[in-house]
Write a protein that binds this ligand. Structure first.
Ligand code: ADP
Ligand code: TRP
Length: 343
């Protein structure tokens, strides 16, 4: 049995998505799809971590746009808001009171060791700056506490995240442990565990240049863009210079690795064989990938576009989700307040 679970407790799966850019095929394969699969096995609570985006996104229009865009993406990709509790972090203000209370049981040393903060500080050191904390805001520093609150306030047991977020989930477990140690006679948080797609054999999807597909490398294929843009991006995938009749190595080609994640195993095997046998050029393979992606994403794109309309049902759906999430958060906060002596 997983830590923190009892036979009666609902098995809660929770994850947050930071609205910092347009979701791409890598996010779909590595985060959205696995989380939606997990939703069938757990009581799922998925939310848009809009306050988390404020550590780096300074343009309010971008915060608004990406918040809606990420929400619309998850809905278009198949999230059912009836069965999954789907909301915006900013619509659950209890989060911020609990963030203060948990700050008071969290060691500063723990925050000093957090990967994101350490990376920002090391950059300053490498650049020879006098002030090693130059340009680092308190939001970045406190980020792991806010994330712990997101997780703990909803009674989470498992957190589906990418490998880079595992440390944050371990911090949430640590912080819950500190609280339980101090106040456990009155209230105990459930101890959460991370579930990474890597554990479930998912692969990192390569981008246009063969490196990991990532917003930071500007090598992505957006999940929802126009057909024209999709075709253009697929054309840009870097391939080697082997001619049509030369034998090719599919496993080292981003094009094939992307195709493999979307096509049926039979179709992927067919493409693999033809590339290996020197029966197909990269141009034709690109057409094949475009057709496959467009075929699968085309009808979802229509739903995405409709949700992105200014007066669509999107905002109402998120508010309805928050109306269901808040009582859970309020219930947790009430017990925590009582445990620490604030009522
Ligand atoms: P990006 O690298 O584009 O900034 P994020 O860090 O916002 O992406 O990732 C959000 C989620 O999507 C994480 O769970 C991450 O593991 C997953 N993810 C991102 N890129 C890929 C990829 N290329 N392949 C598989 N999963 C990915
Ligand atoms: N920190 C996560 C990321 O950068 C987003 C996030 C915020 C989150 N709160 C969370 C993820 C709670 C899981 C659980 O991707």
């Amino acid at each position: 049995m997983m830590p923190g679970m009892t036979n009666e407790a609902p098995r809660v799966s929770l994850t947050g998505v930071k609205p910092t850019g347009a979701p791409h095929l890598g996010n779909y394969v590595g985060a959205i799809k696995p989380a939606l699969e997990l939703a069938g096995r757990y009581e799922a609570r998925y939310f848009i971590a809009d306050h988390h985006a404020l550590t780096s996104v300074r343009d309010p229009e971008k915060v608004r746009h990406y918040t809606r865009s990420v929400a619309a993406t998850w809905l278009a990709a198949g999230l059912d808001p009836q069965s999954v509790l789907f909301y915006k972090q900013s619509d659950v203000p209890e989060t911020f009171e609990l963030a203060w209370i948990l700050s008071c049981v969290t060691g500063k040393g723990l925050m000093n060791r957090a990967h994101a903060y350490k990376a920002a500080r090391d950059k300053n050191i490498e650049a020879g700056r006098q002030e090693i904390d130059a340009g680092i805001n308190m939001g970045l520093y406190n980020y792991p506490i806010l994330m712990a609150v997101d997780i703990l306030i909803m009674g989470t047991t498992v957190v589906p995240v990418g490998q880079d977020q595992v440390q944050h989930v371990e911090y949430a477990a640590d912080i819950a442990g500190s609280f339980n140690h101090l106040y456990g006679d009155s209230y105990r948080f459930t101890i959460p565990t991370a579930v990474t797609p890597e554990e479930e054999n998912a692969k990192l999807l390569p981008g246009l240049d063969g490196r990991k597909m990532s917003k930071s490398y500007d090598n992505t294929i957006p999940l929802f863009c126009s057909e024209k843009e999709l075709r253009k991006r697929v054309r840009k995938i870097i391939t080697d210079s082997r001619g049509v009749e030369e034998a090719k190595d599919p496993e080292s080609a981003a094009l094939y690795l992307i195709y493999e994640q979307f096509a049926t195993p039979a179709k992927a095997e067919e493409l693999r064989k033809r590339l290996v046998a020197g029966e197909m050029g990269w141009g034709e393979a690109k057409d094949l990938l475009f057709e496959e992606l467009n075929g699968q994403l085309g009808h979802l794109r229509a739903r995405y576009d409709a949700l992105m309309e200014p007066e669509s049902e999107l905002d109402g759906l998120l508010l309805a989700g928050a109306a269901r999430a808040r009582p859970i958060a309020q219930h947790t906060l009430r017990q925590v307040r009582r445990a620490v002596g604030i009522e």
